[in-house]
Design a protein around this ligand. Structure first.
Ligand code: SF4
Ligand code: SF4
Length: 154
């Protein structure tokens, strides 16, 4: 569901421009409002939707779940810590999905610089830095041993 901007709600703050990983949210140089320059390249990550303080960004729903005449409204309510998705179908009925923005308190996730640097032995390890701790998996990620991988080879 690529995103688009209601330019009458946008105040041109640029948060969506800063956060878009696909670099497709741009500020129109004449109107000083944001717009999605290439919806085909949208990752549909909705970072822009969540970052927009004006709730000015919406999504085009796919026809299989929201046919013509639908609308998809995303609403970020930071005070409640929720993101709501309201889908309105063309026959008038609505579905609301409310999700927590996150399950940990704001500011509690340490940044990479807060961790000790990995030692040389860890470079030979396939896990990402701090991965077992971050995933809360006892003993690391389950993985196939090399001899198990060979069992299926004839
Ligand atoms: Fe960019 Fe993601 Fe927003 Fe698409 S949904 S415009 S990729 S931030
Ligand atoms: Fe406009 Fe929202 Fe983007 Fe700010 S984050 S420029 S208000 S669309």
């Amino acid at each position: 569901m690529p995103t688009f901007v209601y330019m009458t709600s946008c105040d041109g703050c640029g948060h969506c421009v800063d956060i878009c990983p696909s670099d497709i949210m741009h500020i129109d140089t004449t109107y000083r409002r944001a717009y999605n320059i290439e919806p085909n390249m949208c990752w549909e990550c909705y970072s822009c939707v969540k970052a927009c303080p004006q709730n000015a960004i919406d999504c085009r729903g796919y026809a299989d779940f929201a046919p013509l005449g639908h609308s998809v409204r995303a609403l970020r309510e930071e005070a409640k810590g929720t993101i709501s998705w309201k889908i309105k179908f063309r026959d008038g009925h609505e579905k609301d999905f409310v999700s927590p923005i996150r399950t940990t308190k704001w500011g509690t996730i340490p940044s990479p610089s807060d961790y000790a640097a990995p030692d040389a032995g860890e470079y030979a390890n396939q896990e990402l830095a701090h991965e077992p701790d971050a995933l809360n998996i006892e003993g690391g990620l389950p993985a196939l041993a090399p001899d198990q991988l060979k069992q299926g080879v004839v």
